[in-house]
Write a protein that binds this ligand. Structure first.
Ligand SMILES: Cc1cc2nc3c(=O)[nH]c(=O)nc-3n(C[C@H](O)[C@H](O)[C@H](O)COP(=O)(O)OP(=O)(O)OC[C@H]3O[C@@H](n4cnc5c(N)ncnc54)[C@H](O)[C@@H]3O)c2cc1C
Length: 390
């Protein structure tokens, strides 16, 4: 995308905000295995960062997607993945969805407070029985005289145990449609329902003992006969799959930018280390095996950067981009993994020790080949089977 002077100034100011509000605490948050999500969101919202591209009427700044791209890249430069993982759900997955698909009630009660950092959001699509296969979704919202009765179980949900509301992927059914064990399998009944987590019948549990992104919350959400107002249904009945496609497109573009920035940071670090570390009388960088490996990853980085930028441009032009965003995310998350692996390898035994950014980078890098569409699910889509997987 063409970035002007304002974009560049924005990049500098976001960097300064993250250096002030996140960087000094990040190490402690990772060690503690949690971060003060709500307080962080509030502080970032005071800097205008939770609603960059959202409509001004909803408390956003109404900026173009170049700003979202920069936001993603700056989050990706942080030396731990947790803030990017948590914030991506709020700023570039759930809130844009509410702005596009939510009615006035939803905007007033959830979108605007969430832009102000007063509410934390989650997107709950994956179930314990499967995340890649949308047809396997078993959660149902049955329409009766009082509203929508939600039953189901969601797992691995980012912000899941701290969220004030979750947008839940479910099948929308009429009374009696799911009786007699006849569970729906099609995609046409898929719907997105905004569920306040304070409602009776909602249970939130925290996942503990994770490989990476340890400060970021991940949780399981269980819904037992939860009565949800009909106005919380996002979009029109039957439009759930299309809405979800738009959500996934923006999410993947954003995650591709995060992963690209993370890869770039690690490659810079790897190059600097290889320049200084002497093995067999020469710096590592002067060993051709190392220089070529770094060069290969640098070349891939240049391509992935350009491609991800083009995906943001397509989104800005409102062009269809699910396939392109999936390609960008696939390649960027793989590049992040490979860069993290090389960085650790160059550091030898020291890289393997617990607690430093090198070891943490390696652990965190595993997440985005799963979250936001696992690699194989993306390949399934790229191969041309869009209406069966995520
Ligand atoms: C850190 C993290 C954060 C997450 N945050 C969220 C969130 O906020 N909201 C949410 O809803 N979910 C979230 N998830 C869940 C994530 O989206 C799922 O883990 C992912 O979609 C894969 O689903 P699954 O784990 O059920 O694996 P499965 O779908 O059971 O897949 C198992 C394996 O099969 C592979 N596979 C899939 N399709 C194919 C295919 N066509 N051919 C061959 N192999 C295939 C997969 O790649 C994987 O290796 C998160 C996961 C992680 C790790």
């Amino acid at each position: 995308m063409r970035l002007d002077r304002h974009h560049q100034l924005f990049r500098e100011s976001v960097r300064a905000v993250l250096e002030r509000l996140v960087l000094p605490e990040l190490e402690d948050w990772e060690k503690a295995g949690e971060m003060p999500t709500r307080e962080l969101y509030r502080s970032l919202s005071e800097e205008g960062l939770l609603g960059l591209t959202l409509p001004v009427d909803d408390g956003g700044l109404g900026l173009d997607l170049g700003y979202a791209h920069i936001w993603a890249r700056e989050l990706g430069r942080l030396p731990a993945g947790s803030p990017a993982m948590s914030l991506s759900v709020q700023t570039d997955i759930v809130l844009p969805l509410l702005a596009e698909e939510g009615g006035e009630g939803v905007r007033a009660a959830y979108l605007r407070p969430a832009v102000r950092g007063e509410l934390v959001a989650a997107l709950a699509a994956t179930e314990p029985g499967g995340g890649s296969d949308l047809a396997a979704v078993r959660t149902t919202a049955v329409q009766d005289a009082e509203g929508l009765r939600l039953n189901g179980d969601k797992a691995f949900i980012t912000n899941g145990s701290v969220a004030d509301f979750a947008v839940v992927l479910c099948h929308l059914l009429q009374v009696g449609a799911d009786e007699g064990g006849n569970r729906p399998d099609g995609l046409d009944s898929l719907a997105l329902l905004l569920v306040p987590t304070g409602l009776p019948g909602v249970r939130q549990e925290r996942h503990t003992g994770k490989l990476g992104n340890r400060a970021c919350d991940h949780g399981r959400l269980t819904f037992t006969d939860v009565l949800v107002p009909e106005e919380n249904l996002l979009g029109k009945p039957g439009s759930g799959y299309e809405a979800l496609t738009r959500v996934f497109t923006r999410e993947r573009a954003f995650l591709a930018a995060v992963c690209t920035a993370r890869a770039e940071t690690m490659l810079d670090r790897a190059t600097a280390y290889a320049r200084g570390r002497v093995v067999l009388g020469r710096p590592l960088l002067q060993h051709q095996a190392i220089a070529f490996r770094l060069a290969e990853l640098d070349a891939e980085l240049a391509l992935v950067e350009q491609y991800t930028d083009a995906v943001f441009q397509r989104l800005e032009e409102d062009a269809a981009a699910l396939r392109q965003a999936s390609i960008a995310k696939l390649r960027a998350s793989r590049l992040e993994r490979e860069s993290a692996d090389l960085l650790l390898q160059l550091h030898g035994g020291a890289g393997y020790l617990d607690g430093g950014p090198v070891e943490r980078g390696y652990r965190d890098a595993r997440a985005f080949s799963l979250a936001g569409g696992a690699d194989e699910a993306l390949l399934h889509l790229i191969a041309g089977h869009p209406r069966t997987g995520v």
